[in-house]
Design a protein around this ligand. Structure first.
Ligand SMILES: Cc1cc2nc3c(=O)[nH]c(=O)nc-3n(C[C@H](O)[C@H](O)[C@H](O)COP(=O)(O)OP(=O)(O)OC[C@H]3O[C@@H](n4cnc5c(N)ncnc54)[C@H](O)[C@@H]3O)c2cc1C
Length: 580
């Protein structure tokens, strides 16, 4: 492979020589047959060679498909689910909604789209977000290149043809020049393997695989296992239906009020009047999430207690994730962090009537080192007479029984068990696929000690393979739709560049990847994130290597990606038969 850096940037010259991106692709041997089909707007199942295969029809896969089409390339998108939406297709549990505000948690790539769509609530519900995803698929005519109820099982790189061969369940194979994984950071549901798990005679649910027809818990004895974000959203609603709700808590979570409400016509208009400015402002935040509250300049330790608590109180009342943006050092200094943690613990003590329950619900760890939860009435739910909190931190769940579950000597009789046990995050969905790169190298082996990527976008040994919001990129530490759009656009530009310049392969170099992994670790070590057991570290999945997977700092990350592209994809090796 030749490294692109040695060629300078011949982009403009080659564009002139090759004509439009679509023509360039055809001349470079991309699939001309399917291009004809695509232009005709029809679809032929016999065609099994594509320029690009995309895995996943969440917000990442949908936008990727749109961009790839815009390059005049042929694509097939495979999706396990029966429809689009990803997270919002699967997570239909009661109370499911976004915790980044709706006006921010939406695409910005199309100005018409963001002006035409009207969000109704500050935090949109799952049905509303799913309706939005379907609207996007309709509006951009995505359906014809998407294949549902189809799981990608394996993919192997054929070095001779420089193509990926992709196999699916139900059976089928196709090939593509580029393989783009839009498989989601939180799409691989994690169900702990309790002894006797399958013996339970009642109904079992996982919040991340909720039945489409909904569940009515009226009059039932329900057990919820887990107290993370999905539990915190669903427990207040399940409690109003169930005869008895028992919540099994291993680790208490910090949660702040959502202060959800209907959006007023005025506030929607105000954002829409300058949507671009609103987006640009948010993109400057480390998490790409903006807030109307002032941008902090102070350390939490610089203020006297009453003044500091006034700031926290203002954020608590305003609601939502910007609580953690109250001071500049909350995620860096343990002492500063403890002021916020103690403020929330104080709120829990105020809200929860029984001091013993309040104490159990009060986290002792660093606030923010696990994703902060956003709730509507979570802590107050434990004041209800039909709700019991069971601490399983010291004495874990012993087994699931035919009638319920047992913790040490006590058996809880249940009619339904809800697993709110989260996901095998960030790598789970990728590693369930048998991905084989150069020389048959497996991704599972390459990442056996934890994921290793360059920019969270590429991996050594896996040419023409991209991961959208992959480990090593900001992904779950941001408003994810913003991160997704940035990755999709970077990948689309990269593919266009390769095509225009006669390259048919791109792969991260070992040096660049090693340096990037060191950089991600160094940033993590500078923060308080590694200080507790979280899914960011893989700590919720037994046997998973303990590696901090996302990267804090959206704006500098974007700058780095832009710089890499501007330098002819520095840190990647590019090769191709017709490259000059
Ligand atoms: C309950 C919940 C609430 C959330 N709220 C927010 C929020 O408020 N703000 C925020 O920024 N983020 C939030 N997130 C994160 C959310 O996942 C992202 O915002 C975003 O929806 C991710 O989109 P995606 O396309 O990358 O992945 P997903 O939406 O997860 O889509 C991935 C798709 O890939 C499919 N897939 C995976 N493997 C295969 C395979 N082998 N073959 C075929 N298909 C496959 C899956 O079925 C899935 O449909 C939330 C996540 C959850 C679970």
């Amino acid at each position: 492979m030749r490294t692109k850096g040695s060629h300078g940037d011949p982009r403009t010259a080659r564009r002139n020589r090759l004509g439009s991106p679509a023509e360039a692709l055809l001349r470079l041997g991309f699939d001309t047959r399917l291009a004809t089909f695509t232009r005709a707007g029809s679809y032929d199942d016999a065609v099994d060679e594509f320029d690009v295969v995309i895995v996943g029809a969440g917000f990442a896969g949908m936008y990727m498909l749109h961009r790839v089409r815009g390059l005049g390339m042929t694509a097939r998108l495979f999706e396990t689910a029966g429809g689009v939406g990803g997270t919002w297709y699967w997570n239909r549990y009661p109370g499911a909604r976004c915790d980044v505000e709706s006006m921010q948690y939406s695409y910005q790539f199309s100005d018409e789209l963001q002006h035409d769509w009207d969000w109704t609530e500050r935090y949109a519900t799952q049905p509303e977000i799913l309706a939005y995803a379907n609207h996007v698929a309709d509006r951009f005519d995505l359906w014809r290149d998407m294949q549902f109820d189809t799981r990608v099982e394996g993919a192997s790189w054929d070095d001779a043809t420089a193509r990926w061969v992709v196999s699916t369940d139900p059976g089928g194979e196709c090939s593509a020049r580029f393989l783009i994984m839009a498989t989601g950071c939180l799409s691989c549901a994690n169900t702990p393997d309790f002894p006797g798990r399958d013996s339970f005679r009642g109904a079992t649910y996982h919040t991340g695989r909720w039945p489409h027809e909904g569940v009515d818990f009226t009059g039932l004895r329900v057990g919820v296992i887990g107290t993370g974000s999905s539990a915190i959203q669903s427990i207040p609603i399940i409690a109003t239906q169930a005869a008895q709700l028992t919540v099994f808590q291993r680790t208490a979570s910090y949660s702040v009020p959502a202060a959800n409400r209907l959006l007023t016509a005025d506030e929607v208009r105000e954002v829409k009047e300058d949507y671009a400015g609103f987006r640009a402002f948010n993109s400057l935040m480390p998490t790409a999430i903006g807030s109307k509250l002032p941008i902090p300049e102070d350390s939490a330790l610089a203020l006297p207690t009453e003044e500091r608590d006034r700031v926290f109180e203002q954020r608590w009342v305003e609601g939502g994730l910007p609580f953690l943006g109250a001071f500049i050092d909350l995620l860096f200094s343990p002492e500063a962090n403890d002021t916020a943690a103690e403020f929330v613990r104080g709120k829990i003590r105020e809200i929860v009537d029984d001091p013993r329950v309040a104490e159990l619900l009060s986290p002792k760890t660093v606030i923010g080192c696990k994703r902060l939860c956003v709730d509507t009435g979570y802590f107050a739910t434990f004041n209800r007479p039909n709700v019991e909190l069971v601490d399983v931190s010291e004495t874990p769940i012993t087994e699931i029984t035919p009638n319920g579950l047992r913790v040490a000597e006590r058996e809880f009789e249940l009619d339904a068990i809800v697993y709110a046990t989260g996901f095998d995050a960030m790598t789970g969905a990728l590693l369930t696929i048998d991905v084989r790169g150069r020389d048959g190298r497996s991704l599972r082996d390459a990442w056996a000690a934890g994921p290793r990527t360059y920019l969270g976008l590429g991996t050594v040994g896996f040419p023409n393979f991209f991961t959208i919001s992959g480990p090593g990129s900001p992904s779950v530490l941001t408003n994810m739709i913003v991160s997704i759009e940035q990755h999709v656009e970077w990948i689309a530009d990269c593919i266009e560049y390769l095509s225009e310049n006669g390259f048919d392969r791109i792969e991260a170099t070992q040096d660049a990847q090693d340096a990037w992994v060191d950089h991600v670790n160094a940033i993590a070590d500078f923060t308080l994130f590694p200080s507790c057991n979280s899914w960011y570290l893989g700590a919720n999945v037994p046997g998973k290597p303990r590696v901090f997977m996302p990267l804090l700092g959206f704006p500098p990350y974007v700058e780095k990606c832009n710089e890499v592209a501007a330098k002819g994809y520095e840190g990647f090796a590019l090769a191709g038969s017709s490259a000059s």
